[in-house]
Design a protein around this ligand. Structure first.
Ligand code: FAD
Length: 537
C-alpha cells in the first residue's frame, strides 16, 4: 500500500533511532574517531535482520570500510507488500523472496543464519542462537562483538492481549504465514464440499474473518474476494452462495490513515461486493469455533462462527529499551516522548557540577554525542521556540564562555518540540529510507577527516551527518477487481483501473532484483491467462 511513486519535498520527523541507555555515558564518540581515516582496524558492524531496513542499510553501506556481519533467522529478503497476493496464489512465495547471499555476493559481508537472543551493550556483544532445524548439538549459541550494532528486527502483530488470538488466528507477517493461509482457504472449501455436512457446518467453514481494516487487512480481504469470485466459485459452484467475508474494524472507517475519499470508496465497493465491514467493533475473544466482538455504537455482542480468521492489526514494538544500539525500521517506531526524555537526560548527565551550567566544550561534546544517537536533534534545534536557546548557545560558543543553561527549561523545550513532531509510520518505505540514511552516515563517518576542525552545533559549524528527513512518497490501497486507490503527494487521489496499472509498474520496479522482477511479472501474466492455482500443497 505504501510505495515510492514520486519524489517530493515533504518530510515527517521520525528517523533511525538510537535506542541508547540514557544512563550510560556515551562511548560512541570514541568509536567515531576510531572509524576515521587512517585507523588500521576496521570497525565491526553487526546488522540484525534481513528485512526492509537491514537490506536497505546493507545495500547502501560501503562494506570495504567496515567488517560487516549480518545475523537473521531468515536467509532471504521478503517483498512484504506482495504478501497478500501470496495468500491467494496471485504470486508465488518464491517470486517475492531474494536470498540474502545473492544480495551480498559482491560485497565484503558475512551472513549468519541465527537469531539474536541478547544484546550485551556494556561489552558490545550480541548473543546469537541457531534456531534452524539443522544445528550442531551443544553448539547452538555463539557471540559476536560489535562497534556498531544496527537493529532492524521488525515488529510482531499486536494482539492487544485478546484471548484466543495467538492460538486460533492466522497472522500475515512472513512467507510461511501467507502459504498457510493459502492452504487453509482451499482446505475450508474442500471440507465444506464433503457430502455429510449440514448447511450450518458449511456456512461456518466458509466464514472468513479479517480483523483490522488497515491497508494490509483491506488488501487481503480484496485478494480473498478476487480468489473466491474469479477462481473458486467456478470450481465449487454449489458453495458460491454461502461464502462470507467479514472485516472487523475497531475504528470508524476502514483505511482510516488514507484520504477520506479513499476510505469512502473502499467501504462502498466492499458493500457492493458483499464484503461485510463491521466498523466500530472491538474483538473481545476468539475460541476454536467463533469470534466475539462488541459494537461500540450499540453495545451489542456478536458471536460469529468462522472457518478462518486473519489477524492484521497494528504492530507491536519488539525491542523497546534495548541498550546502546541503532534501531531502524518497524522496531524503531518507539514513542517520540522517550527520545526527548533521553536527550534531556544526556544533557543533564553532562552537568558534572549539578548547578545547571555547562562549559562550551561540554555542551558541544554532549551535542555531538546526542547527534550520533538521535540525529533528529538538529531538527529539534530548528524549531521556533528553540530559537532563544540556540541563540544563547551560539553566542556562548562564539565568545568561548561558560554557558548558563537552565537544563530544566532546556528539557521542557526539547519535550515540547518532540510532542509536535509527527511520528513516522511503520512501513517499508520508512524502513528503506532509514536504512539508506544510516548507511550514508556510516560511509561518511568512515571517511571523515579528523583535522577538519571542531564539530559545532547549527549555524556556521560543520555537521557530522545531516539529520534524517523522511520523504513520504505516496501510498497505494489495492481494492481488488483490478482496482487500486492511490494517495499521492499534493493531495492527489486516484482510484480505478489505470491506478492498478500504476501499482503493477511501481511494484515491479521496486523489486530488489531482476530475478524477482521477472518472476513477479510472470506470475501476474500467468494469473491473467490461467487463473490462480487452487491446489492445496
Ligand atoms: P522486517 O522487514 O519485518 O524485517 C525484520 C527482519 O528481522 C527479518 O529478516 C527477521 O527475520 C529478522 N529478525 C527478527 N528477529 C530477529 C532476531 N532476534 N535476530 C536477528 N534477526 C531477527 N509497507 C509498505 O510500505 N508498503 C506496503 O505495501 C506494505 N505492505 C505490507 C504487507 C504486509 C502483509 C506486511 C506484514 C507489511 C507490509 N508493509 C508495507 C510494512 C513493511 O513490510 C514493514 O514496515 C517493513 O517490513 C519494516 O521493515 P523492517 O526492516 O523494520 O522489518
Amino acid at each position: 500500500y505504501l510505495l515510492a511513486v514520486a519524489a517530493t519535498g515533504c518530510f515527517g520527523a521520525g528517523l533511525l533511532v538510537a535506542l541508547a541507555d540514557a544512563g550510560q555515558d556515551n562511548s560512541s564518540s570514541g568509536s567515531d574517531e576510531a572509524v576515521s581515516a587512517g585507523n588500521s582496524r576496521k570497525q565491526k558492524v553487526v546488522i540484525l535482520g534481513t528485512g526492509w531496513g537491514g537490506v536497505s542499510f546493507l545495500k547502501n553501506l560501503d562494506s570495504s570500510k567496515y567488517d560487516v556481519r549480518v545475523v537473521s533467522p531468515r536467509n532471504y529478503f521478503v517483498f512484504t507488500p506482495l504478501l497478500p497476493s501470496v495468500t491467494s496464489g496471485t504470486v508465488e512465495a518464491r517470486s517475492i523472496t531474494e536470498p540474502i547471499r545473492r544480495i551480498i555476493r559482491k560485497k565484503d559481508v558475512k551472513f549468519h543464519e541465527a537469531e539474536c537472543t541478547k544484546i550485551d551493550a556494556a561489552n558490545k556483544k550480541v548473543v546469537c542462537r541457531d534456531s534452524s532445524d539443522v544445528k550442531c548439538v551443544g553448539k547452538e549459541e555463539f557471540e559476536l562483538e560489535y562497534d556498531y550494532l544496527v537493529v532492524a528486527v521488525g515488529a510482531t502483530s499486536n494482539t492487544f492481549g485478546t484471548k484466543g488470538v495467538e492460538e486460533y488466528c492466522h497472522f500475515l507477517k512472513e512467507i510461511e504465514d501467507a502459504e498457510k493461509i493459502r492452504g487453509r482457504i482451499v482446505d475450508c472449501f474442500e471440507t465444506a464440499s464433503l457430502p455429510h455436512l449440514s448447511d450450518e457446518d458449511r456456512r461456518k467453514l466458509l466464514s472468513f474473518v479479517i480483523v483490522g481494516g488497515g491497508p494490509t487487512g483491506v488488501e487481503y480481504a480484496a485478494e480473498l474476494h478476487d480468489l473466491i469470485h474469479e477462481d473458486l466459485t467456478g470450481l465449487y459452484p454449489e458453495l458460491q452462495k454461502i461464502v462470507k467475508i467479514t472485516v472487523v474494524q475497531s475504528g470508524d472507517h476502514i483505511l482510516n490513515t488514507f484520504d477520506g475519499r479513499i476510505s469512502e470508496y473502499a467501504e462502498k465497493k466492499f458493500a457492493r461486493e458483499g464484503i461485510d465491514v463491521k466498523i466500530g467493533s472491538r474483538v473481545l475473544g476468539v475460541s476454536d469455533e467463533s469470534i466475539t466482538f462488541k459494537s461500540k455504537a450499540t453495545g451489542n455482542l456478536v458471536e460469529m462462527p468462522y472457518g478462518m480468521i486473519v489477524w492484521s492489526t497494528d504492530e507491536w514494538l519488539r525491542v523497546k529499551n534495548a541498550e546502546g544500539v541503532y534501531a531502524l525500521g518497524d522496531c524503531a517506531t518507539i514513542e517520540q516522548r522517550k527520545i526527548a526524555e533521553d536527550i534531556a537526560y544526556l544533557f543533564k548527565l553532562a552537568d558534572k557540577n549539578g548547578d545547571g551550567t555547562l562549559s562550551v566544550s561540554e555542551f558541544v561534546d554532549t551535542m555531538n554525542n546526542v547527534r550520533v544517537r538521535y540525529p533528529q536533534i538538529d531538527l529539534y534545534m530548528e524549531r521556533q521556540h528553540m530559537k532563544g536557546v540556540v541563540g544563547l548557545l551560539n553566542d556562548a560558543i562564539k565568545k568561548e564562555k561558560d554557558l548558563k543553561l537552565d537544563l530544566d527549561h532546556f528539557s521542557e523545550a526539547i519535550c515540547k518540540v518532540d510532542s509536535q513532531m509527527k511520528s513516522t509510520p511503520a512501513t517499508a518505505q520508512v524502513a528503506a529510507q532509514q536504512g539508506e540514511y544510516l548507511a550514508r552516515s556510516f560511509n561518511h563517518l568512515a571517511t571523515e577527516d579528523p583535522d577538519e576542525g571542531p564539530v559545532r552545533i547549527r549555524g556556521g559549524g560543520r555537521h557530522r551527518c545531516q539529520p534524517f528527513l523522511y520523504r513520504h512518497l505516496g501510498q497505494f490501497a489495492p481494492l481488488g477487481g483490478e482496482t487500486t486507490a492511490a494517495e499521492l503527494p499534493g493531495d492527489w487521489v486516484s482510484i480505478g483501473r489505470s491506478t492498478q496499472w500504476l501499482w503493477y509498474s511501481v511494484y515491479a520496479s521496486k523489486q530488489v532484483s531482476w530475478r524477482t522482477r521477472a518472476l513477479v511479472i510472470f506470475d501476474w501474466t500467468k494469473r491473467f491467462v490461467f487463473g490462480r492455482d487452487s491446489s492445496r500443497m
